[in-house]
Write a protein that binds this ligand. Structure first.
Ligand code: UD1
Ligand code: UDP
Length: 360
């Protein structure tokens, strides 16, 4: 039996790396289709290299574009490969346009689909990811949920319980596997001191595609950092960089912009940060896993576990919520929580289910 893994963006490469490693170590018959939705070296190649992944067998070179054009090109190119190679199972992870195209191409060809990180819902359909998640969950045959919360959501949407598995999130596997390689010397390179800086990431269209919202977020964060005497380090996603340039925004002086980082460097900066401000899905989870609080620069989350265990607060673009959230964690430096996303064995759990059902 043959397995195809479809991926295309930074978080998919990271979160599928434990599954790819499992396939390689167990000599499974698998291959990787990379849509190349992300293609800049620091959004793509760096992760294959540092996570020790072999180059994908197929690189579709799709790149950026409007949703329809980008997804349509992926669909056509993936279908062609699936028709030729005829895998028995296609695995996708998460909620990007790559995930939608991979799952749809396979489902239409009656090839079984496994969705890793299934069942997440923000209940905000202005997010492109929410639309992708809903469609993929409803056409997938195996749904691998991080916690029981997503399993309940899927059952409430009428998905058969035989398809639904609670496996934890593979980000725990990836974080625990790579945290042993972090090196505090990175702080020197960026002129940062342990627990005296804020790590900021922001790339959601709702925050960065509107000039006024983006300017407001940056001003709020700069004001918070100035009031509390902290530095801000901001590895800049290419969408955000493009918009800052298009809007001709000047960055507040106390926000230090750096290029996107590799995974090990990013988790290093997370680990030693006083607090993380982010609108990223994966970074909310990593803060929760590494014991560093996050303030979520959105009005909702599809990862409510982070808030419920106390690792995160939703602050949107409101300065008062941002500053209250910061003060809560600042006054409670020893505040601890349990990581709800599993024990770091998610990839093995997922692959054992696939092996059982597919004799991979
Ligand atoms: C995509 C996903 C989002 C995910 C994010 C992870 C969708 C709809 N969105 O958003 O869910 O959270 O990836 O980072 O699938 N660009 C580059 N180099 C690259 C990639 C992008 O310069 O390697 C620039 C281009 O100007 C492009 C823009 O970033 O237009 C946005 O890229 P795109 O892949 O469309 O969406 P992301 O914002 O990266
Ligand atoms: N990440 C990284 N370098 C960076 C920023 C993020 O390696 O400069 C990692 C981060 O640790 C997490 C993942 O990329 O594992 C999150 O990706 P992103 O925020 O782009 O997407 P999302 O998770 O929101 O879909």
């Amino acid at each position: 039996m043959k397995l195809a893994i479809v991926l295309g963006t930074r978080p998919e490469i990271i979160k599928l790396s434990p599954i790819i490693r499992y396939c390689a170590n167990n000599q499974l018959d698998y291959f990787i289709i990379h849509t190349n939705q992300h293609y800049s070296d620091n959004m793509d190649k760096i992760f294959f290299e540092e996570l020790g992944l072999a180059d994908p067998q197929y690189n579709l070179g799709i790149g950026s574009g409007e949703h329809g054009a980008q997804t349509g090109k992926m669909l056509m190119a993936i279908e062609k490969i699936l028709l030729e190679i005829k895998p028995d199972l296609v695995l996708v992870q998460g909620d990007t346009n790559t995930v939608l195209a991979g799952a749809l191409a396979a489902a239409k060809l009656q090839i079984k689909v496994g969705h890793v990180e299934a069942g997440l819902r923000s209940y905000d359909r202005t997010m492109p990811e929410e639309i992708n998640r809903i469609i993929v969950d409803h056409i997938a045959d195996w749904l691998f949920c991080p916690t029981d919360k997503q399993a309940k959501i899927l059952l409430s949407e009428g998905i058969a319980k035989e398809k639904v598995f609670i496996t934890g999130n593979t980000i725990v596997d990836a974080a625990l596997h790579n945290i042993k390689n972090i090196n505090q010397e990175l702080l020197l390179k960026h002129n940062l001191k342990e627990k005296q800086y804020i790590l900021l990431t922001m790339h959601r269209p709702s925050n960065v595609d509107d000039k006024n919202v983006l300017a407001k977020q940056l001003n709020n964060i700069s004001r918070l950092a100035k009031d509390r005497g902290l530095e801000v380090v901001f590895p800049l996603h290419p969408r955000t960089l493009k918009n800052i340039q298009t809007f001709e925004l000047s960055l507040p002086g106390n926000i230090k912009i750096i290029d996107p980082l590799g995974f090990i460097d990013l988790i290093t900066l997370e680990n030693f940060a006083k607090i993380i401000l982010t609108d990223s899905g994966g970074i909310q989870e990593e803060g929760c896993i590494l014991g560093v609080p996050t303030l979520n620069l959105r009005d909702n989350t599809e990862r409510p576990e982070c808030v419920e265990v106390g690792a995160s607060k939703i602050v949107g673009s409101d300065f008062d919520k941002l500053s209250r959230g910061f003060d809560f964690y600042n006054q409670e430096p020893n505040f601890k929580w349990q990581n709800p996303f599993g024990d770091g064995q998610s990839a093995a759990k997922i692959m054992k289910i696939c092996q059982n059902d597919f004799k991979l």
